[in-house]
Design a protein. Structure first.
Length: 351
């Protein structure tokens, strides 16, 4: 079939399709080329800001049709396990994450995510994530591994139909977590600084773990930080952009280009201060105008323009943050945190 050549044509095709065959053809092992070309046209990262909402709808429709085309339970064999693969669970920056279950008869059924790069040219970034997770997990105390995604295995498979080799990371699915992007959307007026404080504290621990392994996460961004609201848990995900301490960052997320410290965008050496600056940027963004002046000054000191001028020890920053929080709010106490039932509804406000 003829693949659309622009966003409008692709959007119209996806909206009008009653079944997957109308988009990908009748062969369940075919259509991979059509899927890739349509994904390039309608992915929200590839369209102007004015089309983001339409693109999100079109991309979700594309994902649903593609999952239906390939079948609800495609089986994929890794090196350690076989996986029953379901629909797309999330769209990452460079990869799709598919819901899947380990189906080996000798293993308990475990819910996982298969992280598969959309572009085979990004296989190196997916491989870098697997190597980073191995390295950091080996370097840290087991009690801190909850801050990291659990990697089951990483392998390359040959995609039926297209015959393209795709790098895949298998990650244990983290239930009950939401991203800080979702938190920000739910609290458009800003999160209470006392709630953001525990998120910032745990985020400093997470990046500190990377630094102990001489790595820089380099993508401490809203979608890459997950929290468990009820348990006050935090997990730093998407380690595809990791850099060696003193090395350059291999890629950036285009929609967050203005978040990165100058050493990243200039292709210079990154260091622990790179992650410390990104974490401070994320904390101030999350709280917004509700951030007290002392915390704003503290964040500014973490994000000074030059890498050499910034702190280099996440654990020391954590200690200084704790001291400041103690002076502002007194002894640390547990504050229940919940996501609103409706976007923009602050559960702290009586109704």
């Amino acid at each position: 079939m003829t693949v659309p050549s622009n966003f409008a044509q692709a959007e119209a095709l996806l909206a009008a399709a009653a079944e997957p065959a109308e988009v990908f053809g009748p062969d369940p092992d075919g259509g991979a080329h059509v899927y890739r070309e349509l994904a390039k046209l309608v992915h929200p990262d590839r369209v102007p800001a004015t089309l983001h909402a339409k693109a999100a709808t079109a991309f979700a429709r594309l994902a649903a049709l593609w999952a239906a085309h390939r079948g609800a339970h495609v089986t994929l064999a890794g090196r350690r396990h076989a996986y029953s693969v379901g629909p797309i669970a999330a769209h990452g920056d460079i990869a799709n994450l598919y819901a899947a279950t380990i189906t080996d008869p000798t293993e308990p059924q475990t819910d996982v995510l298969l992280k598969i790069a959309r572009d085979p040219g990004h296989a190196d970034l997916v491989a870098a994530e697997a190597e980073a997770l191995h390295r950091v997990s080996a370097a840290v105390d087991p009690k801190h591994r909850a801050y990291l995604p659990t990697l089951v295995e990483s392998f390359t498979y040959l995609e039926p139909g297209s015959r393209v080799r795709r790098r895949t990371n298998v990650l244990v699915r983290a239930e009950g977590f939401v991203s800080l992007a979702e938190v920000h959307a739910a609290y458009p007026g800003g999160v209470d600084p006392r709630d953001a404080a525990w998120m910032w504290r745990r985020l400093l621990v997470a990046i500190g773990l990377a630094h102990r392994a001489d790595l820089v996460h380099a993508a401490v961004l809203p979608e890459h930080v997950l929290i468990h609201p009820a348990r006050h848990g935090l997990m730093l995900v998407d380690w595809c952009y990791v850099a060696e301490r003193g090395g350059s960052v291999p890629a950036i997320v285009p929609r967050y280009a203005d978040w990165y410290p100058p050493e990243v965008t200039a292709g210079r050496a990154a260091g622990p201060g790179t992650d410390i600056a990104l974490a401070a940027r994320l904390a101030t963004w999350l709280v917004g105008s509700r951030l007290p002046a002392p915390l704003r000054r503290f964040a500014r000191g973490c994000a000074l323009g030059g890498l050499a001028a910034r702190p280099t020890d996440a654990w020391q920053v954590l200690a200084e943050l704790d001291d400041l929080l103690g002076r502002l709010y007194g002894p640390r106490t547990f504050r229940p945190f919940a996501m609103p039932t409706r976007p923009g509804e602050d559960p702290d406000v009586p109704r």
